[in-house]
Design a protein around this ligand. Sequence first.
Ligand SMILES: Cc1ncc(COP(=O)(O)O)c(C=O)c1O
Length: 426
Amino acid sequence: MIGPIPKTLLPDNASVDNDGMLLLAGVRVDSLVEKYGTPLFVYDEAHIRSRCQQAVRAFGEGVSYASKAFLCTAMARLAYEEGMHIDVATMGEAYVALEAGVPASHLVFHGNNKSETELQYAIDNQVGRIVIDSFDEIDRLENLLGDSGKEIQALIRVTPGIQASTHEYVTTGQNDSKFGFTVSTGWAEEAVERASSSSCINLLGIHAHIGSQVFSLDSFRKAAEVLANLSKHFELPELSVGGGLGVAYLEDEESLSIEEWGRTIKSVCDEAGVTARVTAEPGRAIVASAAITLYTVGTIKELEDIRTYVAVDGGMHDNPRPALYGSGYETFVPSRVLDDRTSRITLVGKHCESGDVIVSDGYVPEGLRVGDIVATPVTGAYGHSMGSNYNKVLRPAAVFVNGGSDRLVIRRETLSDLINTDMGIN
Ligand SMILES: Cc1ncc(COP(=O)(O)O)c(C=O)c1O
């Protein structure tokens, strides 16, 4: 027997009315379904703002929102309004942030294989920081800047040799990684020396990102120690520890707060005598638990003594994380949010893949029927942003709710969006 969905997995401003219906920021969830249809991402705007404020309090000026977690112009604008800079990993992410009115000086441009076009875009727009990832990139930057007299501001991304305990696809700090300059081989020092002596690179600091969905403060501590040593050695003014703070998706998981994370990093750096500005770039911790996804049940298939498949109108196109990493989620029924969830289901999508499973072990109240709305909480990060048009499905809409009202921030795609880039039959 499983109780109601825990409040800790719902956005900050979730409440329940007398009918047992979930409200987010004072807006009834069924009214959102009526207005926008399903699948639908619903974000609690005040929740996101509060996480941005926590990040700014924990790290101060320069802390960035890692926009790969979820990006649209409204999101970039919100993070900027709350005092965050924006981490972008492609020209596309940079474009969206600039379209949102975020000053280029507030962009931190990442990528392990930035093309010449992307680097030129970053140079032309005078982005705040380019995070250099390879010796080839130093060559490329020097070629592009040549004798122009222009100078870019940069950080050097290093791989500190830390194996963070998380899914192997999202660990990035270990030596065997496609990212950054390895510290233990001396490449990191060599890169710092090369960039410092370049006439077109103003090297401001070093950066590392050890991975995503990391719960162990110890992994962060170890990475910060490596960075602190390098930073002191070269006396560079900035140091970024990247993102990666883990978030609870399941009832029995517990996560650290942004404040605890910040305090740990800062204390390691203080103890090591670092004078550089210490900063970070959280993505998931800002947006993940701010959103839920709403789906409509289309078919129910009961296999006696095996399992009950509940198929909904979404799937791996709006949340590929379960298929990619085996990630777990909870399920609940927003119109019966206080009811015990006694019925075990497997929530699946509508794609032609047996692996199109959204939640393999979900629980809902007894008596779920076709046409009911089922929700998954903590879907604000790496759902919409990693989504696709697989099977030519229409990517879902996203809505922000705040103070009793809602605003559509990403509209649902239409059939004509599917042939926007299609050159036709001739
Ligand atoms: C360089 C860099 N910074 C920050 C992040 C954000 O990570 P998270 O969303 O886990 O905080 C990532 C994620 O891949 C990253 O690659």
